[in-house]
Design a protein. Structure first.
Length: 609
């Protein structure tokens, strides 16, 4: 399989590819200037050479230059150096040169993808990228629906918005065209599958009753007194799910958090027990959310088993919407696809991966990514592992007919085989959005294909770097400073490219002391009051709270010699978090260099305590 040269995709940690970037940028600006000149070339100049020679003109130009110099200084002093392998903090890295250039070029045209009259070019690109992402996730692009959002939070809202509206349709059918649901009691109506509900809506449409049905659904009538059912999420869920329950009027008390195991994946036995209890009590389930790449740990839930549970419980009379929150980990699915977009079998994949990864993916991760296509909707963020500038999230739905439930333009949104870009603004949450983001994603996908030879190779490099970082923590867990010994341990083996770990002084059994130690280490690497470029290494951090994770962190703390009573007393453990998103850390010589500087930086931080 042909591979893209990762070195040619980025400006580079030391601006190694600046000549290429500058040449491309100059070409773009020349081309854009000619576009302006070419629009009715016989029109006279509005700004003449004599205007440009006037002192007021020259003074304004000087002032503009000064303001930009001030901004450049501010940005250089305060911006995060995502581009460097020394940055091992949040889920952000350097962005693709092609994506940056595409964004900058489209920015000049200032297109708004919600108003088709203002974005006839980039709205089409947005819908095209939606189809590309749907295909990457295993959906049929001819039957599915996808578009870009400001980020994963908006995409999660859209997933629950669709699930909410769809769940209310069967009872709306009873009130408007009862013959379509004759013989079904309340419980049966609550538990029709998404596909069955959409099929019934097709019949209602043919009967000319579609608008009446929508008017009697939650869209027109609001949330019924008894609610629409529970929403099940893992404890590792993104905070946007809590907000979504509020914003969509579902009520946070209807959000059930399923415990996670020691590997921070959803505990599927707990999910089964919860579903059994809800089935027994005749409590509807609106949706189950699986996470592929948790925000804090990068964990991948067992999507394949969750999908199996959905099939099993649907046969037993309990049906629900299945959403995959793959905001972070979605693009990783490209590593599982061959050049034709087919999901590779595991031996073939291991053959492709052998040059960079020898022990990834595990059977669990392989099966989880294979099963993503069995979901009803997906969140994925191009501005995370797509290496594309903000804002660029994406929402995908397996069955495009569901979008009719939220359309505010017409009942028949998809009469044609192709998406109609003129209708985009009628069925999304946003009221304005930059066409530049769509252009950036489109350019990136054209240059870096969504299969192993493109994005898969790029992301595989970052996963390889994370695994080297993880193994190095295991092999060299001791740090010495000022005559004291400190132990560093990873929280769990990374599923993707996030490594979570913590330090503790050997012999310390006080959790508050351990938390304070790690907080000081983190502050040593991130100085918000000074130039970030003065930092040796930049890390991120998080806290694993008892109220969120229950007793899952106990196993981690016991490895440090922290007793259970300390966990009960403090109820929180402060940990360090390194998202190894950079593709450059994985190289042998490069990794050894940066691993050595990491140890030196951590030792320096410990010496200041």
């Amino acid at each position: 399989m042909e591979h893209k040269a990762v070195n040619a995709l980025f400006l580079g940690p030391k601006s190694e590819n600046y000549p290429v970037f500058k040449q491309m940028l100059g070409y773009m600006m020349d081309d854009y200037a000619e576009w302006r000149r070419g629009f009715h070339p016989d029109d006279p100049l509005v700004i003449t050479p004599s205007d440009q020679e006037e002192e007021g003109f020259q003074a304004t130009v000087r002032e503009m230059r000064q303001v930009l110099v001030e901004l450049a200084g501010l940005l250089q002093m305060t911006s995060v150096p995502w581009f460097s392998p020394r940055y091992l903090g949040h889920m952000t890295a350097d962005t693709l040169m092609a994506a940056n250039l595409g964004y900058m070029l489209a920015l000049l045209y200032n297109q708004n993808n919600v108003a088709y009259e203002g974005s006839p070019g980039t709205t089409g690109l947005e819908l095209e990228t939606g189809r590309q992402l749907a295909a990457m996730m295993g959906y049929d692009p001819a039957q599915s629906w996808g578009h870009l959002t400001a980020g994963g939070t908006i995409a999660n809202y859209e997933g629950l918005w669709l699930a909410r509206n769809l769940k209310s349709i069967p009872h709306a059918l009873r009130r408007t065209v009862p013959e379509l649901v004759a013989g079904l009691d309340d419980w049966a109506l609550w538990n029709l599958s998404p596909a069955s509900i959409l099929d019934l809506l097709e019949q209602a449409k043919q009967m000319g009753c579609f608008e009446q049905v929508r008017a009697h659904s939650v869209r027109g009538q609001g949330i019924p007194a008894g609610g629409l059912g529970k929403v099940l999420v893992p404890q590792s869920k993104h905070y946007s799910w809590v907000k979504a329950m509020d914003l969509l009027g579902l009520g946070q008390e209807r959000l059930i958090q399923i415990p996670v195991q020691d590997d921070y994946r959803m505990d599927l036995e707990s999910l089964r027990v919860t579903l059994e209890a809800l089935l027994e009590s005749h409590t509807p389930v609106l949706a189950v959310v699986a996470v592929v790449g948790t925000t804090e740990e990068g964990a991948v839930d067992g999507v394949y088993r969750i999908a199996d549970l959905r099939d099993e419980f649907s046969k037993r009379g309990l049906s629900f919407w299945l959403h995959i929150d793959a905001a972070y980990g979605g693009y990783v699915r490209s590593a599982f696809l061959d050049a034709q977009g087919s999901f590779m079998d595991l031996p073939q994949m291991r053959e492709e991966l052998q040059e960079s990864l020898s022990d990834w993916p595990s059977d669990h991760i392989y099966q989880a990514y294979q099963a993503i296509s069995r979901s009803d909707s997906i969140t994925v963020d191009p501005h995370k592992l797509g290496y594309i500038p903000y804002p660029a999230g994406a929402f995908l739905a397996r069955d495009r007919r569901v979008v009719e439930l939220i359309s505010y333009f017409a009942a028949y949104v998809f009469e044609e085989a192709e998406d109609n870009p003129q209708l985009l603004g009628s069925y999304i949450l946003e009221g304005s959005k930059p066409g530049a983001a769509a252009a950036a994603v489109w350019v990136a996908h054209r240059l870096v294909p969504l299969h192993w030879g493109g994005y898969g190779r790029l992301i595989g490099s970052s996963i390889g770097g994370a695994r080297q970082f993880y193994r190095s923590l295991l092999e060299q867990p001791l740090f010495s400073a000022n005559g004291r010994n400190y132990l560093v341990l990873p929280l769990t083996e990374p599923d993707l490219n996030i490594v979570v770990y913590a330090f503790n002084e050997q012999g310390n059994a006080d959790l508050e002391v351990m938390n304070a130690l790690n907080q000081r280490i983190c502050e040593h690497g991130f100085r918000p009051t000074g130039p970030l470029l003065s930092s040796d290494f930049i890390l991120s951090k998080t806290s694993l709270e008892q109220k969120e994770y229950r007793d899952t962190p106990l196993a981690f703390l016991r490895r440090f010699g922290i007793p259970e009573e300390e966990w009960r007393r403090v109820g929180s453990v402060f940990v360090l978090r390194s998202c190894v998103v950079t593709p450059f850390l994985a190289r042998g010589a490069t990794f050894e260099t940066y691993w050595g500087t990491f140890r030196q930086s951590m030792t320096k931080a410990l010496e200041t305590l």
